[in-house]
Design a protein around this ligand. Sequence first.
Ligand code: NAD
Ligand code: IPM
Ligand code: MG
Length: 347
Amino acid sequence: MRIAVFAGDGIGPEVTQQAVRVLEALALPGLELVEGDVGAAAYRKHGHPLPAETLAIARSCDAILFGAVGDFDCDGLERHLRPEQAILGLRKELGLFANLRPATVFKGLEDLTTLRPEVAAKIDLLIVRELNGDVYFGEKGVRILEDGRRQGYDIMSYAEDEVRRIARTAFTAAMGRHKRLCSVDKANVLETSQLWRDVVIEVSAEFPEVHLSHMYVDNAAMQLVKNPGQFDVIVTGNLFGDILSDQASMCVGSIGLLASASLAEGTYGLYEPIHGSAPDIAGKGLANPMATILSAAMLLRHSYQMEAEASRIEAAVSKALAQGVRGGDLGGTAGTREIGDAVVAAL
Ligand SMILES: NC(=O)c1ccc[n+]([C@@H]2O[C@H](COP(=O)([O-])OP(=O)(O)OC[C@H]3O[C@@H](n4cnc5c(N)ncnc54)[C@H](O)[C@@H]3O)[C@@H](O)[C@H]2O)c1
Ligand SMILES: CC(C)[C@H](C(=O)O)[C@@H](O)C(=O)O
Ligand SMILES: [Mg+2]
């Protein structure tokens, strides 16, 4: 088992350290962890947020455990040197096109949500976010118009094969769950979304057992708060998925709880919390490491088919929460290390 550990910036190293402790506590056979630099930390050391050495480490491993990147001091750098390019570059270079972001309420812990507990109680959804296309990777820039005004632009596009492969991932996920798939788009305005919708409908013929529905993204944002229990699997593009997953995290309780898997074809994957480097609390030992710990569980499940070990980690997180071990993000007082201790003890 050879796993790359890219901790990154801000709270990245703090939360990753706790996830590593949990992995080590499982005494996994032949576990080898290989650290690499990413983000602002890598830029300062190597002059690039995703150095060639780091990419080589990623390629030499079976999976990546990723913390977070981002540093407001680097916001003035040319875009290709900004810390976020590390995660965008890894996703693109490694063909990590399918981002799974599950959001499930912890049984008995419905009080964690910012929704009414009876509304949140039914949340058990999976957001399948396309990760290699959309406005994220289109042509972009700032140009000068003829009349001298500056104009920023980012081209949104999806090719049909890109939609087809993420649709297949989502339909397959739905087959393993409650067989309901909601495709979220903005087809009433965007041509990119109309093609997205047409292709998702084409792919649905391959999965006759799955009930497919469509929803505009603005409505989806509203429905996630009104009645999140209606969703089983949501499939959507890169930008809409980014936004809706942060929103879903608060329906469950906190952004410090939501894990993710970014998968290529096969078993290779990158696993990271959905949150960022949280500069406002970095270095203070206040960050909730549970999202990263749960990402390590997803790593064992998807890249190593270690279902028992993955479930063991998830149960330990639930147990720690049920014991009242809660970070500041959940209104508690437990620090990063203390939460890690509690999860390790609950394994
Ligand atoms: N995948 C990634 O590496 C990733 C993801 C999102 C944002 N970012 C980057 O992170 C930086 C900060 O962005 P932001 O502030 O918009 O988003 P953020 O997710 O870092 O933080 C948003 C808010 O949530 C809180 N928060 C986040 N994670 C937490 C945790 N584990 N425990 C407790 N509280 C937590 C933060 O304190 C902050 O108040 C930016 O540079 C951004 O580009 C990186
Ligand atoms: C940091 C940023 C590039 C990233 C994204 O937009 O995908 C983040 O918000 C995420 O959710 O992983
Ligand atoms: Mg995001």
